[in-house]
Design a protein around this ligand. Structure first.
Ligand code: S3P
Length: 424
């Protein structure tokens, strides 16, 4: 994909459904009694991997462009798959499914693509083993493939060293099958979609501060779920609208759950003109966001804010590169454990575009304001790197070539078409 500088962006856009919520709708629908109907489901490669894994375990899932229907078989209704389950590029599939598989009466191998096979799994192997799970990294390197043999599980009170919704969710899902209450305390609150949606399906889930707890053996009942637009996908258009002079974009139906909306807090702290319209709250809060071109300035991003914008840091880096002054990102060492090492990759590519950026152990320092110029971007199998640099290309001199056209399909199959529609 070759992209070049834009004059301005104008118009309305509706981004695809939230990836985290779409995964959970399939998983919890599969474990519920009765049918779950999901609208605005994200038809991205990651969520299709989740569908595939549950189909392979005997769950009937009808997938049409309008809606998906998951015919759940209850908490104990999964069947042994005939061969290894493939999570593709999806960390959420791998980690959440591991929690569920730890309690099933069969042995499974769970694997994924080259990127997934490099991502850390000790973070789930350790707490699930404490619960009694029989789970091991096949190659002994704490990464997938994982071999998981179902076992009787005990409830635990786990204090996690990292704020990770994938870790928290894996433990809570295993907790559905444990012999007592299971709780997870995080250093800072990570996205809480599991807690909200499990409660909606009928589980007894409580949240207090950064601790979430679940009681075992609930009866989950099939539900209707309308998935809000993914703020992580909206983030590229928020940034594009703020950065390209004379732009004005209305982004409809964006999920603004406070555990996910750190990008809005940061964009406004940087001087971004963003108006919330039509705010609604039906379990997961949503709004339409009106974004106007703004002259941004640098800021400091750290502490409890980090988990609320962890997936948006690559595009926030692009905003910082175009802002006046310095932006400092701290406490974001988790960026090294994503689809790519997002500290190293952002430093590599933003430097190549002319930005003054220095990587640190747990973040980066960006001296904004240097003019950017086009270059060749290898996204390193990371959809968010590809989309972030597509936005950078809109304000860079010359052409930017992104080498992997297909990787955006992980979370946003029509990303380039939608971007094109807004270009005047
Ligand atoms: C996700 C949690 C986050 C996020 C990922 C999706 C989820 O990962 O980066 O894209 O759906 O639970 P961590 O929980 O590992 O931070």
């Amino acid at each position: 994909m070759t992209l070049s500088k834009a004059t301005r962006l104008r118009g309305e856009i509706t981004v695809p459904g939230d990836k985290s919520i779409s995964h959970r709708a399939v998983m919890f629908g599969a474990l519920a009694d009765g049918t779950t109907e999901v609208t605005n489901f994200l038809q991205g490669a990651d969520c299709l991997s989740t569908i595939d894994c549950f189909r392979r375990m005997g769950i009937d899932i009808e997938n049409t462009p309008e809606r998906i229907l998951i015919h759940g078989r209850g908490l104990h209704g999964l069947k042994a798959p005939s061969s290894a389950l493939d999570a593709g590029n999806s960390g959420t599939t791998t980690r959440l499914l591991s929690g569920i598989l730890s309690a099933q009466p069969f042995v499974t191998t769970l694997t994924g693509d080259a990127s997934i096979q490099k991502r850390p799994m000790r973070r789930i192997i350790e707490p699930l083993s404490l619960m009694g799970a029989d789970i091991a990294s096949v190659n002994g390197n704490d990464c997938a493939p994982l071999r998981i043999a179902g076992a009787p599980l005990h409830g635990i009170s786990y204090r996690s060293r990292i704020a990770s919704a994938q870790v928290k969710s894996a433990i809570l899902l295993a907790g559905l099958y444990a012999d007592g209450v299971t709780s997870v305390t995080e250093p800072a609150l990570s996205r809480n979609h599991t807690e909200i949606m499990l409660r909606y399906f009928g589980a007894d889930v409580t949240s207090e501060g950064t601790t979430a707890s679940v009681l075992p053996e609930p009866t989950l009942t099939g539900q209707k779920i309308s998935v809000p637009g993914d703020i992580s996908s909206a983030a590229y258009f928020i940034a594009a609208g703020l950065l390209v002079p004379d732009s004005e974009i209305l982004i409809r139906n964006v999920g603004i759950n406070p555990t996910r909306s750190g990008i809005l807090t940061v964009a406004q702290a940087m001087g971004g003109d963003i108006t919330y319209l039509n705010v609604r709250d039906e379990g997961e809060p949503t709004a339409d966001l009106l974004v106007k071109y703004s002259q941004l300035h640098g800021t400091v991003i750290e502490g409890d804010l980090i988990p609320t914008l962890i997936d948006e840091l690559p595009i926030i880096n692009i905003m910082a590169a175009c802002a006046e002054g310095t932006t400092v990102v701290r406490n974001a060492e988790e960026l090294r454990a994503k689809e790519s090492n997002r500290i190293d990759v952002m430093v590599e590519h933003l430097s190549a575009m002319g930005c003054r950026i220095t990587g640190t152990d747990d973040g980066m320092v960006i001296e904004g304001g240097s003019p950017l110029h086009g270059t060749v971007i290898d996204p390193h199998m990371d959809h968010r790197i590809a989309m972030s640099f597509a936005v950078a290309s809109l304000v860079a001199e010359g052409e930017t070539k992104i080498t992997d056209n297909d990787i955006v399909a992980v979370s946003y199959p029509h990303f380039y078409d939608d971007l094109q529609k807004l270009t005047c």
